[in-house]
Design a protein around this ligand. Sequence first.
Ligand code: PRP
Length: 218
Amino acid sequence: MSLKIALTKGRVERKVIPLLEQAGIDCTPLKNKKRKLIVQTEDNKFEFILAKGPDVTTYLNAGVVDIGIVGSDILNEQQNDQYELLDLEVGKCQFVLASTADFNVGSPERKIIGTKYPVITKKYFESLGQDVEIVRIEGSVELAPLIGLADAIVDITETGTTLRENNLYVFDYLDKVSTRLVVNRMSLKQHSTEVFNLVDNLKKVVSEKIKLQGEKIR
Ligand code: PRP
């Protein structure tokens, strides 16, 4: 039986495929998948389910996949209790509090904050002792302070380009984010050999990559 892996579509998928390949998985069917959402490797060892990030944990929780590959932003937001086995050290970005230049985080008025991450946002403002109104936005969160929907946003930034190009400034840095490999607890018992084989191979790839990056910096 194949090991079922829910892989976050898009950015995460693109960053993770090279790691999977270096771990010895032939990703040709995955790279040629076009609009297919379920892709099996030639040797039938792995079945990839291409899903939106927040749905990866839904599939894991329901026990319909064995492994999930998803950003820690989503795991933290969902306060998910899945078993995290590996930080893949790709898809690195960071949560920030951002707004237009005139924003004052210390001002006494109750603020309106736009975000895709209400749980993380609430926790952050609680840590500042502030009760804020949170407006949930599905995408292009940067619009919110620009068009007067919110006083500021809590969002992830990777290169900072979107903020810069929209004249937004970072007022605080929150948690760092990276792509994680999580496993369904039941699968860990039922397919422990396959799961640990995959994790061990990926672990070697990730540490080798970090070592090389370190050597380049030196
Ligand atoms: C994310 C995030 C920012 C952008 C930051 O959005 O919400 O908008 O990436 O990246 P940057 O710092 O490299 O510019 P995403 O592209 O996932 O799409 P979305 O706006 O629809 O959420």
